[in-house]
Design a protein around this ligand. Structure first.
Ligand SMILES: [Zn+2]
Ligand SMILES: [Zn+2]
Length: 318
């Protein structure tokens, strides 16, 4: 099994400017100056080992889309702008040579989780099958409206693929594409849903657009059970603790620190911070990840929890 992140930003896509790229190049060359790197291999190793991620890479631009792979059919969470890159890569891969079945699980219907769908290439192809799942009763209307005039030139009804909508009951377990799927309601404006995916003894939890409140301090907090023993927890950590408990309280997102606390309580093996603040650049996100790891050392020094910050293109094998 693997998880591949195609879109990781929250709320809005985030561009990277020419000036920011120039700054990365400048920092890389300055780091390079004092080294004596003779071969291509030494240069590659230097990049991976010695340059911070903010210099050698970028956390990316796309809004939410996560692929959960390793089974047969394609399983995706959310259709933010990242789904466009997934669709294009899929069409150019071996798997894209024949008709495919896609299972798309939606957290909710805010734009940053839907807006990539009109650019999802397989949706235009007769023979492709797309199943869209969620807890909201009006998913089909939302997809229809986002492509209605004057917002988009091709109406939803003009897409070539066969598209079916499925409203799931959070009280019941579901089995889709070889996964046992457990859906749970979350605290977010308009409501959102998280998902647990279990297959071959591995558990992945996708929990974005969720604001954990002081309820999380209770011993019997249901989300500890939702996250229990997950091999990977993808967690909405758009805010710092100061923002989440101050000016952005009730905006529907959570902090990195709460993610660490809940992951430790639930015995999670790997925590991936997700739905990154679109106004933060790569250096700010590097610091955010470092602070999150420091917090784990502070509250649970012996914890084996691994913490990452999702970026477009990150792949995690489980
Ligand atoms: Zn969102
Ligand atoms: Zn939202």
């Amino acid at each position: 099994m693997y998880v591949r992140f195609w879109g990781t930003r929250g709320s809005l896509s985030a561009s990277i400017t020419a000036r920011q790229i120039r700054e990365k190049i400048s920092r890389a060359i300055r780091s390079f100056r004092s080294r004596n790197l003779a071969t291509d291999e030494e240069i590659e190793a230097f990049i991976d080992r010695d340059l911070p991620f903010a210099v050698r890479g970028s956390y990316g631009v796309n809004t939410a889309c996560v692929e959960i792979g390793g089974g047969g059919d394609c399983v995706l969470c959310d259709a933010g702008t990242g789904i466009r890159d997934f669709g294009n890569a899929f069409m150019h891969s071996e798997r894209g040579r024949s008709a495919a079945v896609f299972h798309l699980f939606l957290s909710h219907l805010h734009w940053d989780h839907l807006q990539g769908f009109p650019f999802f290439a397989p949706a235009y192809l007769p023979g492709e099958q797309i199943h869209i799942y969620g807890g909201h009763p009006d998913i089909e209307q939302a997809f229809d409206r986002q492509q209605a005039p004057p917002f988009f030139p091709i109406p939803f009804g003009g897409l070539g693929a066969t598209i079916d909508f499925h409203t799931l009951d959070p009280e019941r377990p579901h089995r889709v594409a070889g996964f046992d799927v457990h859906m749970f309601l979350q605290n977010h404006p308009g409501g959102s849903y998280g998902y647990g995916f279990v297959r071959e003894g591995k558990k992945i939890v996708y929990s974005t657009d969720m604001e954990h409140t002081t309820e999380a301090e209770k011993e019997k907090y249901p989300f500890v059970d939702h996250f229990r023993d997950a091999d990977l927890l993808i967690f909405d950590a758009q805010y710092s603790w100061a923002d989440a408990s101050g000016p952005k309280e009730t905006w529907g997102h959570s902090s990195n620190l709460l993610g660490v606390e809940l992951a430790v309580r639930a015995g999670v093996k790997r925590l991936c911070l997700f739905h990154s603040e679109p106004t933060w650049g790569d250096e700010a996100l590097d610091r955010f990840l470092a602070e999150t790891r420091d917090y784990l050392k502070h509250i649970a020094p012996a914890s084996p929890l691994r913490i990452d910050l999702a970026y477009d293109g990150l792949e995690i094998a489980l």
